[in-house]
Design a protein around this ligand. Structure first.
Ligand code: RFL
Ligand code: PHB
Length: 391
């Protein structure tokens, strides 16, 4: 039996960030991850960081490459009814967004942890949580056929939507809220310059499209697709034709295409588990909640949870107080529900749900109002760049 203060399950952004912040405050943790390091670091997911996420990465000393290579975006574009409209985020909400891939962030955190001699166990099998509501929780796992057990003070469930942590909470102790959307996003990564220097979210009669990027040479594009669609039905040429068809003519004419490096389909879902704590087990990031990617809130919410939890753990290990830990679930959920609302709303106004022309007209009216009303533009921008943390 090995001892650690905080056992962290999952080496995604939540787990790595938490381990790093705890380590900086002298709190000992061990990460147990079921996949290999290479697998975790190559998963193409989020690409847009809020200011508070960037601040947290700075706080734990891993912001250098992010500041050197990340692209700072002062504005965002919304395309509908054949026109592109720009919202100035800095002017409306006081902050920009930063383009920096989750793959890069995961690598930066992994390297910083390795340099600091952190304990990270990759390729752990049969990971299980024991007595999370008792005074001495444990985590067991198998590594190359050998059984291991970790005894700890707390368990951080950073193991994503399909992990074991949330599943270890008895059904009577947790309430789940869910909305599944009737479509997915087909995403393509390609080594081509982005069509614009800012992101374009497009509402089109053929379906939603998003033009994003990872760098000035690498684009990340998405189109709304049916839930049962398969990547094999989307050869590159079909994807580029569809993306072009969903852009206003000026952007369509400028689109540079090339071979795809990655192509995948993700379903869209809103999901929240309440509370985010069971005894000494804390659920963090995707283990507790999922938002549809419209608005890029998933990774940023995970970082916000980590911020609330690590402050609680620091307070506890410094002087024994549990006030912040006791408030963890309520404080995290207050932000989670606001981002859930925004992501749901942005999804609802941008996607084609049916052939209902009345619903389409309402979407256009809502988008026009959003652009024309300074109050509505500001409300959008505030949510998009990320809400402030309550004191
Ligand atoms: P992660 O990243 O899912 O990491 C969880 C880690 O836990 C491991 N794990 C286990 N380890 C041990 N034992 C077990 N039993 C385990 N079960 C799972 C997993 O291998 C993994 O390494 O959760 P985390 O850290 O909370 O981070 C959250 C973010 O990754 C997530 O919110 C975003 O990536 C969501 N998301 C997107 N967010 C955006 O803001 N913009 C996007 O464009 C975007 N695209 C995406 C996404 C999520 C996707 N998923 C989950 C399918 C695209 C996809 C495909
Ligand atoms: C991305 O670049 O992958 C991305 C950007 C913005 C979103 C979703 C995904 O809203």
């Amino acid at each position: 039996m090995t001892r650690t203060q905080v056992a962290i399950i999952g080496a995604g952004p939540s787990g790595l960030l938490l381990a790093r912040l705890l380590g900086r405050h002298g709190i000992d943790s061990t990460i147990v991850e079921q996949r290999s390091r290479a697998y975790v670091e190559s998963r193409i997911r989020a690409g847009l960081l809020e200011r508070s996420t960037v601040e947290l990465l700075d706080e734990c000393g891993v912001g250098a490459r992010l500041h050197a290579e990340g692209l700072v975006h002062d504005g965002v574009r919304l395309a509908f009814a054949g026109q592109v409209h720009r919202l100035d985020l800095r002017e409306l909400a006081g902050h920009p967004m930063t383009v920096y891939g989750q793959t890069e962030l995961t690598k930066d955190l992994g390297e910083a942890l390795a340099r600091a001699g952190a304990r990270l166990v990759y390729e752990a099998e049969r990971v299980a949580v024991h007595e999370p509501d008792g005074p001495r929780p444990r985590v067991s796992y198998e590594l190359a056929g050998v059984e291991h057990e970790l005894e700890c003070d707390f368990i951080a469930g950073c193991d994503g939507f399909h992990g074991v942590c949330r599943a270890s909470v008895p059904a009577a102790a947790i309430k789940l809220y869910e909305r599944v959307y009737p479509f997915g996003w087909l995403g393509v990564l390609a080594e081509v310059p982005p069509v614009d220097d800012e992101l374009i979210y497009a509402n089109h009669a053929r379906g939603f499209a998003l033009c994003s990027m990872r760098s000035r040479e690498r684009s990340r594009y998405y189109v709304q697709c049916p839930l049962d669609d398969r990547v094999e039905s989307w050869p590159d040429a079909r994807f580029w034709d569809e993306l072009r068809a969903r852009q206003p003519s000026h952007e369509a004419g400028r689109l540079i295409t090339g071979p795809s490096i990655e192509k995948s389909i993700a379903p869209l879902r809103s999901f929240v588990a309440e509370p985010m704590r069971f005894g000494r087990l804390f659920l963090v990031g995707d283990a507790a909640h999922i938002v549809p990617p419209t608005g890029a809130k998933g990774l940023n919410l995970a970082a916000a949870d980590v911020r609330v939890l690590y402050q609680g753990l620091v307070e506890h290990y410094r002087g024994g107080a549990t006030r912040l830990l006791d408030e963890y679930s309520a404080r995290a959920l207050s932000r989670v529900w606001k981002a859930t609302r925004f992501s749901w709303w942005f999804t609802s106004v941008m996607h084609r749900f049916s052939d209902d022309s009345f619903a389409y007209k309402l979407q256009l009216a809502e988008l026009e109002y959003l652009i024309d009303s300074p109050a509505a533009s500001r409300a959008f921008a505030e949510n998009y760049v990320g809400l402030d943390f309550p004191a």
